[in-house]
Write a protein that binds this ligand. Structure first.
Ligand SMILES: Cc1cc2nc3c(=O)[nH]c(=O)nc-3n(C[C@H](O)[C@H](O)[C@H](O)COP(=O)(O)OP(=O)(O)OC[C@H]3O[C@@H](n4cnc5c(N)ncnc54)[C@H](O)[C@@H]3O)c2cc1C
Length: 667
């Protein structure tokens, strides 16, 4: 049986990574030319890894299901990327970033990994600036920062509301240099459908060419999975429509443990769902909470009148508004972490104070900020006794410069002007902290199989702080994996090319072809989406923002039933040897239907509330999450044994030597 070894180096936390780098085995440049690495996924994590590994001299084969790395889901990232540069001189440091991240994750992450993340964060910004990423700059031309939830400093670097897109362009240009040199062979429109193990080591993958339908074998000395998160298990989420868990789930079935699947982030500021035919939710970046104030009516009659469309929010007097985050969490106010803000919104809506027809929305209001900025601008411009109209105009211009594209997006979707009327927002599934278990080297429990970016479980514990996903993905790809993978590959310099005409590749390929043929020939009565929506509904209602034992047990049973129905009645039109989007979805939903069950099982196992995992049975007197450090200060790493219901739990006990384990408070 595989046992967990996190391989965290000995020594003081501040020295671990430095000493590791100084002592790690290196591969001589001439030998790197004889070593192949497969990188599956070319979002920010995989793209940065592919570019860096190729720059080092390895032969990289990179895979993505989109038509270009530029279309990875990372492009959607809006608000920014954290780094402990302390450019604002407001007291930031590596230790503080480390501390905020461990505390933000409700003390369920591995200290050594998080400290390393904080240590390399500054280098990411330097790297990206050198690539030409146009981070926002202040009046004097220096890099600007803003704040995100759960911190008391400004350490978030940003490019308007398009940070992910700009970072991805930088990363893609670094990849393109290597593609042009022939060091990266790029396989766009290819989907990895399984990993191939030889003598216990990951030695290749089976992929489908999504244009021709051809099944291909690819070999390498190591395989890196960078395929993003599994938030779409909920059907509706802020993730890209194609985001999926297939690669992560397939490697889980081949021996990679899956860690903390129940730790999922529900983001507080999303545009509320509008109806049953919706296929996607839209995020309004957390950066908006720098200036937006969140409120609901304080009086029930006002809430009812708003829900019935009889009252406008602008007609509600200041004293009749409940700025509930400022009221409950005076120290952090509107910038409490996401799990706290989401639960607080749900609490107000459940109590009947929601502000749209469904009662599932709260306001995000910019009126105070517009007034504040407008007055400041009037002073700067020397306008005496500026009228309210002038102040508003000047203030709106400042808000537009900071968040213009987000306001435009909101207006296009909701058909309401958020400069004049507060935005309506509600929590939605956004990010998955859980994922494939990895050790300090970012290696899974399968030799030679690595996992980076959102696909792995590391660093964020039970709740991710805003602007930390981009930091982690780029840390993994640019600065961590290029060191750690060498330690493994140093033993492979004499191995030579890995052949693909072996029984291991034959078997993996046959299994995939059989499954694809099954889908095409099944001729059932329901579309893939029919089953995906059913799964999503169970996940949201019973494994969503608040969970309890009864609902979790029901969810497990219901997911099993939907899965059984899926395999009997799914209908996939079209053919095998052509572009067939329904066929792609069928495979992904089949995997979600298994992952969803493990997710609920993990939530049922964790008899505590922590971060995004909120169990209604474990709550403090004032409604906050009640952790159980004595019994649950561990990473739950699940081993696949044939069915999700039979997965075996392995515990990685978490040690807190550099941060005191205490109740998280933002009051
Ligand atoms: C709307 C939105 C806004 C966000 N804003 C921020 C922000 O401001 N700051 C922040 O830090 N984080 C933000 N996040 C989170 C962050 O964007 C993601 O966590 C991060 O971009 C994930 O990067 P990744 O490289 O791990 O995966 P992704 O960008 O999801 O890339 C996955 C890659 O894997 C490929 N792939 C997947 N499956 C397969 C397969 N089977 N075969 C082949 N290829 C495959 C895809 O083609 C793609 O190339 C945001 C998330 C959302 C949803």
């Amino acid at each position: 049986m595989t046992t967990l070894n996190s391989k965290v180096p000995q020594g003081p936390i501040k020295d671990k990574w430095t000493v590791y780098k100084e002592n790690v085995d290196l591969v001589n440049p001439a030998n790197k030319r004889n070593i192949d690495i497969i990188v599956v996924g070319t979002g920010l994590a995989g793209g940065s890894a592919a570019a860096s590994l190729a720059e080092l001299g390895y032969n990289v084969k990179a895979f993505a299901y989109q038509d270009s790395p530029r279309r990875a889901h990372s492009i959607a990232a809006q608000g920014g990327i954290n780094a402990a540069k302390n450019y604002q001189n407001d007291g930031d440091s590596n230790y503080r970033l480390f501390y905020d991240t461990v505390k933000g994750g409700d003390y369920r992450s591995r200290e050594a990994n998080v400290f390393r993340l904080a240590e390399v964060s500054g280098a990411i910004i330097d790297q990206c600036v050198a690539q030409g990423v146009p981070f926002a700059r202040d009046y004097g031309g220096l890099l600007d920062n803003r704040s995100f939830g759960g911190v008391l400093v400004s350490r978030t670097f940003y490019a308007k509301g398009q940070t992910g897109q700009q970072l991805l362009l930088g990363c893609y240009s670094a990849m393109n240099r290597q593609i042009a040199r022939g060091k990266i062979e790029m396989f766009n429109r290819h989907e990895m459908l399984d990993v191939v193990k030889v003598d216990g080591k990951a030695r290749g993958i089976i992929a489908r060419d999504l244009i021709t339908g051809e099944i291909e074998r690819h070999s390498a000395h190591a395989v890196v999975i960078a395929t993003g998160g599994y938030g779409n298990v909920y059907f509706l989420s802020t993730n890209a429509m194609g985001s999926n868990a297939t690669a992560a789930w397939k490697i889980h079935k081949k021996g990679a443990f899956f860690a903390n699947p129940c730790m999922t982030q529900i983001h507080p500021t999303c545009i509320p769902r509008s109806g049953d035919y919706q296929s996607k939710l839209t995020l309004m970046s957390e950066s908006l909470r720098n200036d937006g104030r969140i409120w609901v009516p304080a009086k029930m009659e006002d809430a009812k009148a708003i829900q019935e469309g009889k009252l406008k929010p602008t007609a509600i007097a200041e004293e009749d508004r409940d700025y509930y985050l400022e009221r409950r969490y005076p120290a952090y106010g509107n910038l409490v972490p996401r799990d706290v803000a989401s639960r607080a919104a749900k609490e107000r809506c459940d109590a009947g104070f929601g502000v749209n027809a469904t009662g599932e929305a709260v306001y995000l209001d910019f009126a105070s900020a517009i007034n504040r900025y407008g007055s400041e601008q009037a002073k700067i411009k020397g306008i005496e006794n500026a009228s309210k109209e002038v102040v508003t105009e000047l203030g709106e211009a400042v808000i537009e410069a900071k968040y213009g594209n987000l306001f435009q997006m909101y207006e296009k979707i909701v058909d309401d002007n958020p400069y004049k009327t507060p935005m309506m927002i509600y929590p939605a599934t956004h990010y998955t902290m859980g994922g494939v278990w990895v050790d300090y080297n970012l290696m899974t429990t399968v030799d030679g199989l690595y996992c980076i970016g959102e696909a792995n479980f590391s660093d964020h514990g039970a709740n991710r702080l805003g602007a930390s996903a981009l930091m982690q993905g780029l840390a993994d790809g640019y600065f961590v994996l290029p060191y750690t993978i060498g330690a493994y590959l140093a033993d492979d310099i004499r191995t030579g090319k890995i052949p693909t005409d072996t029984k291991e590749f034959d078997e993996a390929e046959k299994e995939i072809k059989d499954k694809l043929e099954f889908f095409i020939n099944n001729n059932g009565s329901h579309s893939v989406d029919y089953f995906h929506k059913k799964l999503g509904n169970i996940m949201w209602e019973k494994v969503g923002m608040a969970r309890n034992e009864k609902h979790l047990k029901e969810a497990i049973k219901e997911i099993q039933e939907v899965r059984e129905d899926f395999w009997k009645n799914v209908k996939v039109p079209g053919d095998l040897n052509e572009m067939n989007v329904e066929l792609e979805k069928a495979g992904r939903v089949a995997d979600f239907l298994e992952l969803g069950e493990l997710f609920a099982k993990d939530a049922l196992n964790r008899n505590e509330s922590c971060g995004g995992h909120f169990r209604e049975e474990y709550v403090t007197e004032d409604g906050e999450a009640l952790r159980d450090d004595e019994n649950y200060a561990y990473v739950a790493a699940w081993e696949y044994t044939g069915k999700p219901s039979e997965a075996i739990l392995h515990k990685e006990q978490l040690e807190f030597k550099d941060i005191e384990l205490k109740t998280r408070s933002y009051k």
